[in-house]
Design a protein around this ligand. Structure first.
Ligand SMILES: Cc1cc2nc3c(=O)[nH]c(=O)nc-3n(C[C@H](O)[C@H](O)[C@H](O)COP(=O)(O)OP(=O)(O)OC[C@H]3O[C@@H](n4cnc5c(N)ncnc54)[C@H](O)[C@@H]3O)c2cc1C
Ligand SMILES: Cc1cc2nc3c(=O)[nH]c(=O)nc-3n(C[C@H](O)[C@H](O)[C@H](O)COP(=O)(O)O)c2cc1C
Length: 618
């Protein structure tokens, strides 16, 4: 398990029981080594107040506890040590962030303070102090975070280092800071103590690191005693290469790792979209890398290694690379996972048998219905699930239709397998009516009936050229040449991308000032780039006012009308809850709950989470 900020850290840097349990579970799940998240070596080197820290002896107590639980579960406790450099907002550290050169972080912007030689020496010593504390706490490997656009990476790269002194210019100069840190750490912890270095071997920016340059840098680091390398990619300007979204192919950094392995004589770890044990196995057996790091894969399922070892591949909750984990950290200050509602709430989500098994009727076989059904059945309830269609998965089947979202099917596959294993009785092609509920006479009804697309009450909305998102993803046959999409939310953008990739000329009409407001930041960056490349026209601050047989009239903020010609108009303005039955069931006096979109239209994450909560509560 590579370093993964858990956001289970208190404001003062201390761990809670949740932090310890988070790592214990992942060690118990079979990961051979757990590299616990980036720990700040200096107060001004942290990225956020939720970052773990190692800059003071007072942290050793907590660090010892986590090292001990990892070891007790049979895994190797390792720790990553880190300095953010310029990649932190000044408000977090109450001062200007340090940087090699007067170049601000492209993501955060704001002034930085270029490091003096004394300042550099102080930080090198702070890395040494941190390493000593890590050893004292019982860690058996230390990883120096030299990747992802943080301070050491900033020094290594011409993209962020334009110094003219001995810490800049050429590869020897730019690597001097990293070399001196490794030397200091080795001196402090002993030359036999294993040290790893995580490198963004490719930064994908002008003047940034390439695999070829990284090999030369790593060769210099090996002369200082470096024992192992973790090959990653990306920096503050290219976060899509740090946490690769589902657009990127699996094991997308393997080529880079393979080249590094061929050039160096030390073990190589590779990270990046390796969420499947079979891919991991083939990388190892083909000798392309020595160790596999699974990051988000272990957030999604801490037991992934154990399940793989036992041949229970179908029981693995595969990470779909939706980056909900990243989004929740930045937007909510806590970590969440779409596929694993237990992430960060490991104790609360432990399954306990129900005191009294009950007859439970679940209506709807979307992600919410499937998750509540298997959670309740695991607890010993007698669960029947009713689905009006001939397939399970609900709207997520549509959500997995785009060329770049096929990965989501693994989630539906997992949920289907689980209800099968828990003996949930499934009634397909069964649209539940109030009479069916009366006849069934269940103890509990759980409504998971989802939502239906809205159609604005506008003149011309019933004309044949008007379509819905389900029409498109259900494969309706039309020429699809000149398309107008009404609504630039997540779904509108997704349809625009799908159709523009198929060669259609597409216009998005959105009433807000921006499109894609709810899309996770890294995924959004890529979608916007691709829409731009496909010449998709984006008309913001315009509303649909009328549909004609030849296109649409839209109105801007000042009431000016504009006609857009189009062969088809796709309405993607959102959904409304499908909750007709709820009040009727309540009147029967039966215990009834609503989960997911039928409660409030949101995403599969909420449907799955609410399914888990209700499944645990009844
Ligand atoms: C194109 C598209 C892309 C999307 N992409 C994403 C994404 O990337 N990430 C994300 O998190 N979310 C995405 N979503 C949203 C996500 O699919 C929904 O939020 C989620 O499926 C809601 O789950 P649910 O279980 O509440 O309802 P649904 O998935 O809507 O499932 C409800 C089920 O109930 C059945 N049903 C309804 N009434 C009855 C009845 N009376 N009797 C029996 N069965 C009934 C329906 O047939 C359906 O199968 C997307 C949606 C669409 C349309
Ligand atoms: C929520 C989150 C937190 C992360 N925190 C760290 C970190 O503390 N240190 C680090 O080196 N990488 C961090 N990363 C990057 C991961 O270690 C890993 O390189 C990346 O997620 C790609 O690998 P994966 O596809 O196996 O997840 C983080 C990634 C995520 C999603």
């Amino acid at each position: 398990m590579p370093g993964l900020a858990s956001f289970l850290i208190e404001n003062d840097g201390s761990y809670s029981d949740k932090t310890i349990e988070h790592y214990r579970l992942r060690a118990a799940g079979g990961a051979s080594m757990i590299i616990i998240e980036a720990h700040g070596v200096a107060p001004e080197g942290i990225v956020s107040r939720h970052q773990a820290r190692i800059y003071d002896d007072r942290f050793i107590g907590d660090l010892s506890k986590v090292a001990a639980v990892i070891k007790a579960e049979g895994s190797i406790p390792a720790i990553q040590i880190h300095h953010a450099g310029r990649q932190v907002p000044a408000r977090v550290i109450n001062r200007k962030p340090f940087a090699p050169s007067p170049l601000p972080c492209p993501a955060i912007k704001g002034d930085v303070e270029p490091l003096t030689i004394d300042g550099i020496h102080k930080i090198i010593k702070q890395f040494g102090d941190a390493a000593e504390r890590a050893v004292q706490a019982g860690f058996e490997l230390i990883e120096i975070h030299g990747a992802h656009g943080y301070l050491i990476n900033q020094f290594l790269s011409r993209f962020s280092n334009i110094r003219e002194d001995e810490y800049g210019k050429d590869i020897v100069g730019r690597s001097k800071f990293a070399r001196e840190i490794i030397r200091e750490v080795k001196e402090r912890v002993g030359k036999d103590f294993p040290i790893s270095f995580k490198i963004s071997a490719q930064e994908f920016v002008a003047d940034g690191l390439t695999t070829e340059e990284s090999i030369k840098i790593l060769e210099l680091l090996v002369t200082e005693g470096l024992d192992i390398v973790q090959v990653s990619a990306g920096n503050d300007a290219t976060p899509e290469w740090i946490c690769q979204p589902m657009f990127m192919k699996k094991a997308c950094l393997l080529d880079s790792a393979e080249k590094i392995k061929a050039a160096l004589n030390i073990p190589i770890m590779v990270v990046g979209r390796i969420n499947d044990p079979l891919i991991a196995e083939s990388i190892i057996s083909e000798g392309k890398a020595d160790l596999i790091c699974m990051g988000r894969g272990l957030l999604a399922d801490p037991e992934l290694p154990r399940k793989a070892q036992e041949g229970r591949l179908e029981d693995i909750r595969i990470c779909i690379a939706c980056n909900t984990c990243m989004q929740s950290i930045f937007r909510k200050g806590r970590i969440e996972c779409l596929v694993n509602p237990g992430l960060g709430r490991e104790k609360e989500m432990e399954i306990h048998l129900a005191k009294i098994p009950k007859k439970v009727m679940v209506i709807g076989g979307g992600p919410g219905g499937l998750n509540v059904a298997h959670t309740a059945a695991k607890r010993g309830h007698y669960v029947s699930l009713y689905e009006k269609e001939s397939f399970l998965g609900g709207q997520l089947i549509l959500g997995s239709s785009s060329f770049f979202k096929k990965e989501m099917l693994s989630l539906i596959g997992f949920l289907k397998k689980q209800i099968e294993k828990c003996n949930v009785t499934c009634h397909m092609n069964s649209e539940v009516t109030i009479n069916m509920i009366k006849e069934n006479n269940p103890d509990i009804v759980i409504m998971a009936t989802g939502s239906i697309p809205c159609k604005p009450p506008i003149e011309g909305i019933e004309l044949p050229l008007v379509m819905t998102v389900p029409d498109i993803f259900n494969g309706i046959k039309t020429a699809m040449k000149n398309i107008i999409i009404i609504g630039g939310g997540a779904t509108g953008c997704e349809v625009a991308l799908e159709l523009s990739e198929r060669g259609a000329s597409v216009t998005i009409v959105e009433q807000l000032p921006n499109i894609g407001a709810q899309i996770e930041a890294i995924t959004k960056k890529i979608i916007l780039e691709k829409l731009g490349k496909n010449s998709v026209r984006i008309l913001t601050e315009h509303r649909l006012s009328k549909v004609t047989e030849k296109g649409v009239f839209v109105t801007d903020r000042n009431g000016n009308e504009l006609f857009l010609e189009g062969d088809n108009v796709i309405i993607a303005v959102g959904n409304r809850p499908n909750n007709n039955l709820f009040d009727q069931v309540k009147q029967l006096g039966i215990e009834v709950y609503q989960i997911g979109d039928c409660l409030e239209v949101r995403t599969a994450k909420e449907a799955i989470y609410e399914g888990a909560c209700i499944g645990m509560a009844i």
